[in-house]
Design a protein around this ligand. Sequence first.
Ligand code: SAH
Ligand code: SF4
Ligand code: F3S
Length: 438
Amino acid sequence: MKYHIVTYGCQMNVHESEKIAGILRAKGYEEESAIGDADIIVFNTCCIRENAENHAFGNIGALKKLKRQKRGLLIAVGGCMAQEEGKAALLREKFSFVDIVFGTHNLSELGELIERKRAGGRGAVISLLPERLRTEEGIEPIRTSYPNAWVNINYGCNNFCTYCIVPYVRGRERSRRAEDVLSEVGSLVREGYREITLLGQNVNSYNSDGAGGMDFPALLERAASFPGKYRLRFMTSHPKDFSAELCRVMKRNEKICNLLHLPAQSGSDRILSLMNRRYTREKYLENLQMLREEIPGCAVTTDLIVGFPTETEEDFEQTLSLVREADFATAFTFVYSPRTGTRAAEMEGRIPDEVSRERIMRLIALVNENARRASARFLGGETEILCEDFDQKKGLYLGRNEEGRMGYFASDRNRIGEFLRLKVDRISGVSLFGEIAD
Ligand code: SAH
Ligand code: SF4
Ligand code: F3S
């Protein structure tokens, strides 16, 4: 029996797919890379923007024929879209061939749901929990991203940014116990993982529910204290909770990468307030200044949204000027997508698509210009990369440096999992190319 998992969305989902794989493996399934040859296909979905949903719907719909041809094939849909209000009913109505629907709060139940479906009965087995108080522990993931490993620290979100659906589909903030997080990090380091990323929708509010036992800077520092060479990353930080203590911890622990992902969303105070982000442009820039005073040259990346309701050309120019001032190493840019049930979806002043598209093109051009400039700083120098893969097309190994820049090099032997010094002699786009210094 073989499984195939299709994953959409953020790192949280990527890691949860590793847990789904763990559950399926425990049930005796083996991984299958060709979707057509699998006995169970699991879609781990995302609903952050409309196109993420359309994508999943399209690909699930495309399986109708396969399902008819292949008796016994099971199709399961889980993740954020499955959890979204009304979506399970819509799936049942549109895709009656879907066998199992599960949500974000009951991943560990998947094995039982498979049994229930196999036991017979028509129609889909649908199981969704409205909320979860404690974190799900004890699911052994099948990790697929060596030398990198993901570790959850907190789940859910309490922030209710007005555009965002995450608090509705992921529930309230729940922190894992620090000792569970740390024992997982320690084992991964001992097993030879070289880069560990601590994951949460808002890592800075770790322990807001008191369940963790210590705050985020303390947890991060301990996670950076295991013997051996490895890197530590974390995401995502919310600017409203960014602290001087976090800067100090980053500074004094060499294993913590000099990279901060700090989503700004907009450069306009008026829009930030409508978004319920609870910081101003000035406060955001102060955070960056504090960080760079502690750690000169620390790379900062961000997320930006254009076309939020009522965004004027002036507001948008504030975002452009923030990008110029903040000197982001890179930025992820999105066109605002109204999500049913969120406050922004009820707001007046929708921005026409063509205006949003024109704005995002201008924003991307500026972001790329900055990103290329940030890459160019590495030209002619050496930078340490962790080799993580082989690029078949380029015929080169690749890795990333602490700041997240991709570096490519040739090697006649497998270097995956090694820390290497790359002598950068060429930049293409934002990627670094060069030779390994021995
Ligand atoms: N918890 C993280 C990220 C959540 S989603 C944080 O708070 O930073 C990742 C990014 O998607 C967000 O930072 C935001 O830029 C974008 N996003 C979220 N909802 C969106 C929407 N409705 N339309 C467009 N972009 C959205
Ligand atoms: Fe969404 Fe805001 Fe929570 Fe991030 S902090 S997940 S953007 S509500
Ligand atoms: Fe998408 Fe859910 Fe992540 S909505 S971005 S997969 S938390």
